[in-house]
Design a binder for this molecule. Structure first.
Ligand SMILES: [Zn+2]
Length: 672
């Protein structure tokens, strides 16, 4: 009956007809549609492929992968680490799959097949997969009886903390990526056995469990597994798990981490369950609360299921939550989750700098969620958020060398904070490796005969439009230079389609889609120019979704040129942000700048830049890479925020500079 009812919903919404796009009106480019050929992203992709992937696998070989090997042999009592460590291995496999999809490597594939064999061996006969339990993760409590850390004495008995469903969510994502990259079912079959067990165990039936996961992830993963297999039970299970949130009464975690922000919807944010977004049914939520990674994965899952079943209530909720984030809870580096306590969203306008948490995973979660918001609505404002977090709060999370990582990404430091090789809880390094290759999917999108250029990435792409395959090749030095050249090759000369070129908010006076951050001297539409074959007369119209639309009959060799003015702009925060009062930040294009000790005689935390300062541009070389640096007229050297801590790990850093406005400090730059 369950399946039948959902099929009816799917049929009625026409969702099956749009399965190719995952149910969304807009389709992202596939990993294999776009080859990054140079510019800013090629070194990031190559470092991720060559260094980060290797580093992650090496670290996982020390503790995490051996758990699977020991579980395959049922070596009771030998678990090492934390129960959610299984997910790290799945995330690195997803990263390997995303890399292999465009860069065949037989040796890597063979190695991963071996790891998958260990995972398959660790799976219990009925599909249960959780090495901590299979290996008997317990220790003796004070009275000599075994106590079960995080996971409860029996399966699913402590879902608030066990991560049993979170782990397998990452398994499903990895399995789909591996299947799509290699055509192999080895991990997909493991995922299906697991999902079938979860589907038998959780649901509305009298003998089933009605609880949900303490850490969201399985919801979006089940949507992905449904798309890969066509098995509607998985989609239905995703929707069931979403709809049970706020109703299953399982909010133990909230007693530990409570919110004390203002009350957007009249209900206490400190209500049990806010930490893991169980304080209200998901359709009634209107404010981003609780653990930021959990939250962004939840909102992503809601978007996926909404797109697939045509649920308007989910969309209404995530639209409102998105407005709350961009208006009141988005950090300058585009990341979210201001509070260290609970790794959580703060109250409205609670946006500290030195103590800001802004976990690398939360930045990635914010990008994944905003990508889905774009695919639902087709508005460039979501890509503005993606671009901000991509170039600032996400790439800051990994060193230029690719083997050291930030967990939190604060916006100021008095020194002593540096990237690490690995963490006890190492969610961030393994999120980086699976995320970086996905950036090409954010670069382009399609809908019918419309192609969308969302990010400016030097690349060759082949997009499938209604009229046939269209080739787009971008040449650009973005984000250091605002010039972009796009070569267009239609399927046949004379074929008509529309090219939608995103007009970045930072270029035209809207650095974020709200009044949270504004430019002191805002850019205007005059700062964005586009020509076709060098003719300004072909000036396109600008639609109301933030795109320049060039709708014409194309011929091979047509060239679109975009010129974005990229002056240094001072940024001020909304007056309600206490931490930024009397301060201004510095941006150029999509890049947030900071001062770090390495360039400023070791002292940057107290760096002062007056509101009337002017800036000269310079070049900073690190290894083979070149970055644009800035020098203020009062002598402070600035570098892109994301590279801080690479040359002198643990040095001072500042992003919001006093003396901005309303303050006249009596010092030039303190202490010297
Ligand atoms: Zn993390």
């Amino acid at each position: 009956m369950k399946a039948k009812s959902l099929f009816c919903i799917l049929f009625a919404s026409g969702a099956i007809a749009t399965m190719a796009s995952g149910g969304y009106p807009f389709s992202p480019a596939k990993l294999t549609d776009v080859a990054v050929t140079g510019g800013f992203w090629l070194p990031r992709f190559e470092t991720n492929r060559i260094v980060t992937l290797k580093t992650d696998f090496e670290k996982c070989e020390l503790e995490r992968i051996p758990n699977f090997r020991r579980a395959a042999k049922r070596e009771w009592g030998t678990f090492k680490g934390i129960p959610f460590d299984d997910s790290d291995v799945y995330k690195v496999i997803e990263g390997a799959a995303n890399i292999l999809a465009v860069h065949p490597d037989q040796e890597l594939e063979k190695y991963v097949d071996g790891v998958i064999a260990a995972i398959a061996g660790a799976q219990e006969p009925d599909g249960y997969l959780y090495t901590a339990r299979t290996l008997g993760f317990a220790y003796k409590g004070k009275d000599g009886k075994p106590e079960f850390r995080m996971m409860g004495p029996t399966r699913w008995s402590h879902l608030a903390h066990s991560h049993e469903l979170y782990n397998v969510g990452h398994l499903y994502e990895a399995a789909v990526a591996w299947y799509e990259a290699t055509g192999k079912r080895n991990l997909l079959d493991v995922a299906i056995r697991s999902a079938d067990l979860v589907d038998r165990t959780f649901g509305p039936g009298e003998t089933q469990l009605h609880e949900t996961s303490g850490h969201e992830e399985i919801e979006l993963a089940l949507a992905k597994l449904y798309r890969a297999t066509g098995e509607v039970r998985y989609l239905e299970l995703a929707k069931y798990l979403l709809d049970r949130r706020g109703k299953d009464g399982n909010g133990q975690s909230a007693k530990v981490f409570t919110q004390s922000g203002d009350l957007a919807d009249g209900k206490a944010l400190g209500a049990p369950g806010a930490y893991c977004q169980k304080h209200l049914p998901v359709v009634d939520q209107r404010e981003a609360v609780g653990h930021a990674v959990r939250a962004t994965y939840l909102y992503s899952g809601m978007a996926d299921v909404a797109a697939l079943v045509g649920n308007k209530e989910y969309v209404k909720a995530i639209d409102a939550i998105w407005e709350n984030v961009v208006q009141k809870k988005l950090a300058l580096n585009g990341s979210v989750g201001a509070r260290r306590g609970g790794e959580a969203f703060g109250a409205n306008y609670e946006l500290p700098n030195e103590t800001a948490y802004l976990e690398t995973c939360a930045g990635i979660g914010n990008a994944l969620w905003n990508e889905r918001m774009f695919l639902l609505h087709g508005d460039a404002k979501y890509v503005d958020v993606i671009e901000r977090v991509l170039y600032n709060g996400i790439v800051s999370g990994v060193s230029l060398s690719g083997d050291e990582f930030f967990y939190p990404n604060p916006l100021a430091s008095q020194g002593g904070y540096k990237r690490s090789k690995w963490f006890g809880c190492s969610c961030c390094p393994v999120n980086v490796v699976r995320f970086i290759p996905q950036i090409v999917q954010f670069t382009y999108a399609t809908r019918g005969n419309d192609a969308y250029v969302n990010l400016f990435v030097e690349s060759d792409a082949t997009l499938k439009l209604g009229c046939g395959n269209v080739r787009l090749s971008q040449e650009t030095d973005y984000p250091w230079n605002g010039k972009v050249k796009i070569g267009v090759t239609p399927p046949l000369d004379g074929v008509r389609f529309a090219l939608h070129v995103r007009i970045p908010g930072w270029c035209v006076g809207r650095p974020v889609p709200s009044d949270l951050y504004t430019q002191v001297e805002p850019g205007t539409m005059e700062d964005f120019k586009v020509t076709v074959n060098g003719r300004a007369g072909a000036r396109p119209s600008r639609d109301d979704k933030g795109y320049a639309v060039i709708d014409r009959e194309w011929k091979a060799g047509d060239t679109v040129e975009i010129a974005m003015n990229m002056p240094v702009r001072r940024i001020k925060a909304n007056d309600k942000v206490e931490a930024d009062k009397g301060r201004l930040a510095v941006e150029r294009g999509p890049i947030v700048y900071c001062a770090e000790g390495a360039d400023n005689a070791g002292k940057a935390f107290h760096a002062f830049i007056p509101a009337e300062a002017t800036f000269t541009e310079g070049a900073l070389e690190i290894g083979a890479e070149r970055f644009v640096s800035l020098k203020s007229s009062n002598g402070v050297t600035l570098v892109p925020y994301f590279i801080w801590g690479n040359r002198k790990p643990g040095n001072e850093m500042q992003t919001w500079f006093p003396g901005g406005y309303g303050v006249r400090p009596d010092y030039h730059r303190l202490p010297q």
